[in-house]
Design a protein around this ligand. Structure first.
Ligand code: PLP
Length: 372
């Protein structure tokens, strides 16, 4: 029996050919392919905003905060249930991630709890589009406007999703995507920052190339900056042509990938509907391309179910352990909903190559255990 993968890089001959083309062209670093990928992303999203590609989603978050001049002594509100990348990106600037509780139905930042954690030092809020959902963003932007905060959307899960009829990434302050190996599209590793703030975009473009001023323009013309100046801290965070070439091929397949992910989610929701001890998140599935399919196991048997699935060669996961319980990010306060969800959340296999036959195996095993 084959192993049913939880997630997977779905790449084929097209990506292999694209990589070979870049290798044959003799320059793997950052150049025209990155510029092209950025333009293609903007076209796909239908956005006039600036798209800046970097080498990971974590780098996208880090640079967004850094170039907003967030640093030591500042605080950033962030939901406790997220990938540790959100917390580390904040901490990397010298600022303090302030863990907030999440809503039980959508695992989204709980603004009532966030309001309690505001201080004079709070500079930004980083909502996370958990399991690709961002339907509550209007409330986040209203909250940010009242409290004078910048908004950095961690949209790592949300490439290809729609909010109020427009693609995520077309509206907002700063939006960060991840293109790591298992995301809705991949460039091997990779990420992008999107913003309409022209000055911020300029800072980020320099900061991804060690702070070298206007190095992006030079590289896109196939040149180098021999005479240069640096005014801010920068990092080696740029995307390479090799990565961009993979990303461009993935973008051609995004509609096919999205349809398949959506079809799998529809099948899970039909196959597991009404099962005692299992609850779906209250997401607007019509608008989202699910990066992960998460259910809550509410009868205390989540870990037993995980063991059983693994014994049947079915991978599953936990997205995520609450970050405020980790040693490095431990809080003196508790976050009851995040802590409850930390014991309930279960991710079932989902990727663009998942076969319906394999998915039926997953559904059957979940039903067997929860019915017993
Ligand atoms: C919610 C969230 N934020 C940030 C990231 C970081 O992205 P990357 O892995 O590309 O650095 C991820 C990636 O898994 C993520 O899931």
């Amino acid at each position: 029996m084959n192993t049913v993968r939880l997630s997977k890089s779905c790449v084929g001959q097209e990506e292999k050919d694209a990589v070979c083309r870049v290798i044959d062209a003799g320059y793997l670093g950052m150049g025209k392919d990155v510029q092209l990928f950025e333009e293609e992303i903007a076209d796909y999203l239908g956005t006039e905003l600036e798209v800046i590609c970097v080498n990971t989603g974590t780098a996208a978050l880090h640079l967004a905060l850094l170039c907003l001049d967030i640093g030591s002594g500042d605080e950033v509100l962030v939901p406790s249930i997220t990938y540790v990348a959100s917390f580390q990106a904040i901490a990397a600037t010298g600022a303090k991630p302030i863990a907030c509780d999440v809503t039980a139905d959508r695992v989204f930042i709980d603004l009532e709890d966030a309001a309690k954690r505001l201080t004079k030092r709070t500079k930004a809020i980083m909502p996370v589009h958990y399991a690709s959902d961002s339907q509550s963003m209007d409330a986040v932007y209203a909250f940010a406007a009242i409290h004078g905060l910048r908004v950095v959307e961690d949209a790592a899960h949300a490439f290809g999703c729609v909010r109020h009829g427009a693609r995520v990434g077309t509206v907002g302050d700063v939006i960060c995507f991840s293109f790591d190996g298992i995301k809705n599209i991949t460039s091997g590793e990779g990420g992008a920052v999107i913003t309409g703030d022209i000055e911020l975009a300029r800072r980020i473009k320099d900061a991804r190339l060690l702070g070298v001023e206007k190095d992006t323009d030079k590289r896109y013309q196939g040149q180098r900056s021999w005479s240069l100046d640096v005014k801010h801290q920068g990092y080696r965070y740029h995307m390479s042509n090799l990565m961009a070439a993979i990303g461009s091929e993935q973008l051609k397949k995004v509609n096919k990938f999205s349809e398949h992910r959506k079809a799998c989610v529809t099948r899970y929701r039909a196959g597991l509907a009404g099962v005692k001890g299992l609850a779906f998140l209250d997401l607007n599935y019509a608008d989202i391309v699910s990066h992960i399919f998460v259910v809550r196991i509410t009868d205390g048997r989540r870990d037993r179910l995980m063991e059983r699935l693994r014994s049947k060669k079915i991978e599953c996961g936990i997205h995520y352990m609450p970050n405020h319980l980790l040693d490095y990010f431990k809080t003196p306060y508790s976050l009851p909903t995040a802590e409850m969800l930390g014991c309930e959340l279960l991710s079932l296999p989902l990727h663009a190559d998942l076969s319906f036959a394999d998915q039926d195996r997953v559904i059957a095993e979940v039903l067997k255990l929860l019915a017993s």
